[in-house]
Design a protein around this ligand. Structure first.
Ligand code: OAD
Length: 255
């Protein structure tokens, strides 16, 4: 089966789907030039080890440096713009909604680009770099100025503000996990887009969906650990492949 036929097969399922889940990873933002963990370690930050900045222990030991690093990355994310891959996911969501179905966006990314592309109800499994959270009360704060006025930033209740992201060694937010489980169990089509599918539990949702009868579609320029389990592998950058899927299913790429 050629790439064209594979896209047609996915498009047919998409057209008749009642419930779709799309799991995304860093790859969906690659064409928006969001620096990955490693890419972010340039210039000022070249001598730091990301694994040592993205842990609760690192924040306890040196909240100033960790806050500065996250603020730098927050700025990079805000400068980036959503790409045609993000936009295609939003178009799919809107099309599904208009015919009484639903599409759940489940993301491991913290960059906020799905929301900025217009997707709604985005499930953020690893939190968001756009939000900060009080170390004392857990209260979440968005819309803080860039740069922050001071590092680290004190919270109103006498704690500190930490990035509202999931660090190495921390558990994923319960509500996001539950939403992802529900979506994986009930969808009839599951896309795994731009993720190496190596980090659990996020990678497990594709298997769960497949076990419950969903068609499993992978979109990635490279093979991953999930490829051999996928019903259809669409090889290429998501900014090209997803708009093609939308075109094949609905005849255009944007609302
Ligand atoms: P990875 O960096 O592990 O994988 C990115 C994937 O994107 C790879 O499989 C690439 O082949 C693929 N890719 C690259 N360019 C692409 C493009 N234009 N279109 C589609 N795919 C492309 O990123 P994640 O799988 O997201 O966790 O990693 C998951 C988690 O591991 C991250 O959220 C982070 C990290 O440790 C935490 O921060 C908790």
């Amino acid at each position: 089966m050629g790439e064209h036929d594979r896209i047609r097969r996915v498009a047919e399922r998409l057209r008749s789907a009642k419930c779709v889940a799309v799991m995304t990873g860093a790859g969906v933002s690659a064409e928006s030039r969001i620096p990955t963990f490693r890419d972010a370690m340039t210039g000022l930050w070249a001598s730091f080890d990301p694994q040592k900045l993205a842990t609760p222990e690192a924040f306890d030991a040196d909240p100033e440096t960790v806050s500065r690093w996250y603020d730098f990355r927050r700025e990079k994310c805000l400068e980036a713009i959503p790409n045609p891959g993000h936009e295609a996911i939003t178009t799919m969501q809107q099309r599904l909604a208009s015919q009484g179905g639903q599409l759940h966006v489940l993301t491991q990314n913290v960059d906020g680009l799905h929301q900025r592309a217009g997707s709604t109800g985005v499930v953020e499994l690893h939190g968001s770099i756009m939000r900060w959270r009080c170390t004392k009360t857990g209260a979440r704060i968005t819309d803080l100025p860039i740069p922050l006025p001071t590092y680290p930033m004190p919270s109103a209740s006498g704690g500190l503000l930490r990035p509202d992201v999931v660090w190495f060694g921390e558990t994923l937010p319960e509500d996001a996990l539950q939403a992802a489980f529900d979506a994986a169990r009930s969808c009839d089509l599951f896309f795994s887009v731009g993720t190496s599918s190596m980090v659990y539990p996020a990678a497990g949702f594709a298997h769960l969906a497949s076990k419950h009868g969903a068609m499993l579609v992978e979109v990635n320029p490279q093979r991953t650990e999930l490829s051999m389990f996928a019903d259809v592998v669409l090889t290429g950058p998501s900014g090209q492949v997803l708009p093609e899927v939308v075109r094949a299913a609905f005849g255009h790429t944007s609302e």
